[in-house]
Design a binder for this molecule. Structure first.
Ligand SMILES: [Zn+2]
Length: 435
């Protein structure tokens, strides 16, 4: 068993940056008497009592059976209760495997989990697409198993929410308390990454199961392809957790953390980073700024982003800025032409005409890239691509520009979208080569 608490203490206290913190091993580690975590994508945290075990999340469909095996190898009592910290598929998708092993489970989730599941069914293909894109820009050897290219895996992915997923049998509104054996478990609802989030407080043990309120990355409160997220409430939830003075904090991604003062520091530091960003955006909105100005002004300090639990490797602050704008301002960014814009193809065609063709546009794009202005390079590459939608040479250049950009980005979300842009152009190149 790994000593996860020693590892997290060392990483936080000494600011270690070269050790993986989001480990996907499918292995169980005990982190307290009767408390364990299986590191997966996402984790399953487990509380063992005399009368049964309580699991917090079931991981993804592809890992549920391994996670259940790991729990069964440690717990001499069956899992009787499964708590969903929220309804994301990497937290609920493994529930079918839990039911296969332990039969009828009490499944406890927030009352909006069911609505989320309904939404996943109504927008199934869209969700398959956006998640393929989101996770498609990283190496596939990370054990995430969220995107695979073989047919069997894709067939599984076409059903975004697995059919075997258990629906909550107990729905929580704002809070819920239950007892298993002689353990009391309090569940609290707060919005943050999602509108259906719960976190657990075990008062006798001073333990918090934090779900995705802490992910050992900059909070993914900005995801460009997903529904609204709630950075203000997220920060408030972290402060609320800190007010309980937990001595052990078990997130659903990344390492568990021990020690009251260490936990307090982490919770407040993440909350402070979110609050500062939100305050700046709202102040600029109140001051009449447009989204363009806000996006290019608001920054999270580099030393904050260098903390081992706040690196922008998954989501990034710029996307959180946009989510705040969307939460309070709607989708229009304040540029008049973009309220009712011309088709991209028409804009691209005219820009290419003015430039004297797509070649000068692509030349200028490459120069921008060489000068380090990847943002400008991408605009120019898109204009050229739109102006010449079937031209393999133009799209070979566009693919190259986006592949170079992918390498320069830190976040999984940016890498995924830019890799998808390159693939989109590569399809045009390949289509031409085969005819
Ligand atoms: Zn998660």
């Amino acid at each position: 068993m790994a000593d996860l608490l020693a590892l997290s203490s060392r990483i936080i206290d000494e600011r270690v940056l070269d050790e993986p913190v989001n480990r996907v091993t499918q292995e169980l580690s005990e982190i307290g008497d009767g408390v364990a975590v299986v590191e997966s994508f996402s984790h399953s945290a487990v509380l063992r009592t005399d009368a049964g075990a309580v699991a917090f999340d079931a991981s993804h469909k592809s890992t549920g059976a391994d996670v259940a095996d790991a729990i069964a190898g440690w717990s001499d009592v069956p899992v009787t209760h499964l708590v969903y910290t929220h309804g994301h598929i990497d937290h609920v998708g493994g529930s079918g495997a839990f039911a296969e092993r332990w039969g009828d489970l009490e499944v406890i989730g927030h009352e909006r989990v069911a609505a989320r599941f309904e939404r996943y069914r109504a927008t199934n293909d869209w969700n398959v697409d956006i998640n393929t894109r989101q996770f498609g820009g990283i190496r596939q050897d990370m054990g995430l198993m969220l995107v695979e290219s073989d047919d069997e895996a894709m067939a599984r992915w076409r059903r975004f929410l697995p059919d075997t997923t258990l629906w909550p049998t107990i729905e929580v509104h704002d809070a819920h308390e239950f007892v298993v054996g002689d353990e009391r478990i309090e569940l609290h609802h707060d919005r943050g990454e999602t509108d259906d989030h719960l976190w657990a407080w075990l008062p006798e043990r001073k333990v918090i199961m934090a779900g995705d309120f802490l992910i050992w990355n900059f909070p993914n409160a900005g995801n460009p392809q997903k529904v609204q997220r709630f950075p203000i409430e997220w920060a408030a939830a972290l402060r609320r957790m800190a007010s309980f003075e937990p001595e052990l904090l078990v997130p659903a991604h990344g390492l568990p953390i021990s020690g009251a003062s260490r936990i307090r520091t982490v919770l407040h530091t993440v909350a402070d980073a979110l609050d500062a960003l939100v305050d700046e955006v709202v102040a600029m909105m109140n001051g009449g700024a447009k989204l363009d100005e806000i996006v290019h002004t608001v920054r999270v300090p580099d030393d904050t982003l260098a903390l081992p639990y706040l690196r922008p490797l998954y989501d990034e602050p710029e996307f959180v800025v946009r989510n705040v704008w969307r939460q309070f301002g709607g989708w229009w960014d304040g540029a008049a032409s973009r309220l009712k814009p011309a088709p991209d193809a028409a804009v691209g065609a005219v820009v290419a005409e003015l430039a004297g063709g797509t070649a000068p546009l692509l030349e200028r794009a490459k120069r921008a890239l060489d000068d380090g202005d990847v943002r400008l390079a991408s605009h120019l590459a898109d204009f050229a691509g739109w102006a010449a939608p079937d031209d393999p040479e133009v799209h070979a250049e566009r693919a190259d520009i986006y592949l170079r950009r992918r390498k320069l980005e830190s976040s999984l979300m940016s890498k995924g979208i830019f890799a998808a842009a390159a693939r989109e152009s590569q399809v045009i190149v390949d289509g031409h080569a085969s005819t």
